[in-house]
Design a protein around this ligand. Sequence first.
Ligand code: ATP
Ligand code: MG
Ligand code: MG
Ligand code: MG
Length: 439
Amino acid sequence: MRLSRYFLPVLKENPAEAQIVSHRYMLRAGMIKQESAGIYAWLPLGYKVLARLEKIVHEEQQRAGHIPLLMPTLQSADLWRESGRYDDYGAEMLRIKDRHERDMLYGPTNEEMITDIFRTYVRSYKDLPLTLYHIQWKFRDELRPRFGVMRGREFLMKDGYNFDLTKEDALHAYNRHMVTYLRTFERMGLTAIPMRADSGPIGGDDTHEFLVLANTGESEVFYDEAVTDLKLGDRKVNFDNRDEVAEICREFTTLYARTDETHDAALFDQIPEERRKVGRGIEVGQIFYFGTKYSEPMGATVQTAEGTQVPVEMGSHGIGVSRLIGALIEANHDDKGIIWPEGVTPFHVGIVNLKQGDAEADAACENIHDSLIALGLDPLYDDRDERAGGKFATMDLIGLPWRITVGPRGLKNGVVELTSRRTGVSEEMTPADAIARIA
Ligand code: ATP
Ligand code: MG
Ligand code: MG
Ligand code: MG
């Protein structure tokens, strides 16, 4: 992409309304524009990151055999009356009337709708297990929308729902989700710690939240520092093997890690003092097992092998896809701007032409740009007629992991400069070597 033809409305000034760094940088880097309190337009750069995150989420869900579908944002109130949550959900639910005075709502979550889909088609235990998920916009009329996309009113969530015959099967689905989430967040370059949590309005028995440690997080967290060293890495997981999946969950949930809602001071005090940590965290996901909480009132039953009818065992599992962008920036930035982890960066590399209009520099930049694209990479070429300082500031702000700087002086010696955004280290090398290093 050539920057002269792109739409990247960067701001020079710090927006006064942004209280935390991720919100400030998302506005300054031209990623989002606020349309109303807690409601954002995703400008091209922000939209690109969102799409990268969605892709990772899809891949990791499907690797575990979970099936994507897409449910609407608007729901009928009647479904929620069946589960009993229409009145319980309170002011966070945006309620709407259509022209026929029918009660509708903008979905804050989809347990009722997916249970209705399930009961419409599935009759037999032979069709289980089944896990369906979607990535769709949600609306919650948060009392205090703030921190940009971190606590929006409209936000993008991946929500998945498992349907199983027995509690044991449903707990396997719960564990499967835990492992897929570990991998998902790791691929994004985040350390997200599963913490025992409280179930809130979703209800249920078993639940873990995934928290990214950050001073600006809204949850208070208590943990054994050793949990931050756990890594799933690239080990292969057979998601059909219950013991293997359960063992990974044990590995990641045995050390103490809890939010203030479930914190147990006596247990916490048993951790060696130097590893006992109190901090703050951003909730980027949560998994729930809730058994028959929805299937029973909504009549989602299946026939067993013995011919009896039983309500199906369920759980639900959410990832805050749009919130993750805020969390990623909170965890990856410096005073010049964002520092994207490689797995989620909107462009892989920026190309800065120090002397636009110089035939040799222009040709070298074009060449590097096209070669990177041929390798399947996504470069952003700053081909504007601007001072070098301004170009560097923009690249630093938008945080691409690599920058290739091209100027007539270097080209005389056959070299360009390759700079790592994270380390700030620059090295001179031939264009071919710079390309090889990135690819
Ligand atoms: P919170 O405690 O932050 O209000 P929640 O527990 O109400 O979140 P869940 O119902 O567990 O949220 O939804 C799943 C995920 O959706 C959360 O883990 C979070 O990452 C994301 N999420 C929830 N509310 C918002 C919001 N207002 N803005 C952005 N993301 C959100
Ligand atoms: Mg909430
Ligand atoms: Mg919560
Ligand atoms: Mg939650």
